[in-house]
Design a protein around this ligand. Sequence first.
Ligand code: PGA
Ligand code: ZN
Length: 451
Amino acid sequence: MARAEIVQIHAREVFDSRGRPTVEAVVTCEGGRPCRAIAPAGASTGRAEARELRDGGERLGGWGVRRAVENVLREIAPAVIGRDAADQAAIDAKLIALDASANKERLGANALLAVSLASAYAAADALGQSAVEHLHYLWRQVRNPVHESAALDTVGHGPSLPLPMVNMISGGKHAGGQLDFQDYLLMPVGAASYSQALEWIVAAYQQLGRHLTEAGHEGVLVGDEGGYGPKLRSNEEALDVLMRVIERTGLRPGRDLAIALDVAASHFHDAGKYRLSATGGRELTGPELAEHLTGLVRQYPIVSIEDGLAEDDWDGWTELTKQLEDRVQLIGDDLFATNPERLRHGIERGVANAVLIKLNQIGTLSETLQTLKLAVDHGYRPIISARSGETEDVTIADLVVATGAGQIKVGSVARSERLAKYNQLLRWEDECAGRWPYVGKGPVATWLSAE
Ligand code: PGA
Ligand code: ZN
């Protein structure tokens, strides 16, 4: 591959979808245009995540990222200018070495990720490649380092359009704790194309709005990811609402639209107990919560459950996996934190069967690809995911296509920071003109047929 020498790096503070500051980096390679990338930010963050650097103090409630921006300008730029952005592994290794802390807290994972991603986009631009072409080339290098060719695969591990997992009802930290579980989602498993999948979801979202209004939730607000945040009495009520909505949309529950949950259990776990404060204040042990989830899986067409138990409840997770691995996709988000060591530990213990991939949980593109490879090598389904604090940056949409990861989780179909990703996928579907397959229900088919 030709060289793409970095000639300039800039950074600035911009704002995310919650109105909080975040880092934008701008990288330019020889012969290319300036290319930018923006770090996202979580709210229901896992303890094992890489640390973003915030200013603290009075300004902007302490959320400012001027120190992270300064780190890009004063430390990262001089160390990286002159290097080859086409060699992503070397760029990221340099960023990691420069930071030199265990969790990227010194320079800030927000600073490192913005530079890491902007470098990849700058390399693509200078080399005259699309984002998908370049990210696919990087993915092939990680998957199979012997391959040097930048040519796109057309079958197998080539680029593909993903099955989306879309937030409909929000609870937990994203919607003022109106419900204990964080997301109640739909997966358009029966759609024949990505655009049809999105169209079904949009139709269901509109039906949900109508249904909630009719049920007396007039003026109900949407959460951080655009899902409706009604006050409901129980998880069952939320699931009943989704069932009704699927039917009202004229689609078949489980066949066309299946249900997924992000329990985000770490966030109502305290001193060994799971406190369901929004729905009656019950306190459950790990095995009782696992039993509750198993009951829901029996009752509803649920195909995927994320963070069903807390991030450090490894014993509980082993049990939950034994109980449910044949019936649903079990995703570790806070549990694995896109961290290869934590994922390896999970693989060894037989915990979960899928992993949420969030670039800023680990902090560089190369490490994200390494975690993705580890997942794929061990039969764990990857789901490329946005954060609750997002921007117009569409890297995750490009990445899910380029790696053929198969599933994407972005939030709901309201709010432009979410639609930016869904729309980018529509563009790829259009531009690839059938060259890249739509994966359909493929990634979760095992669990659908087990119904
Ligand atoms: P977060 O939530 O971005 O606030 O961490 C997303 C998720 O839990 O999947
Ligand atoms: Zn989650």
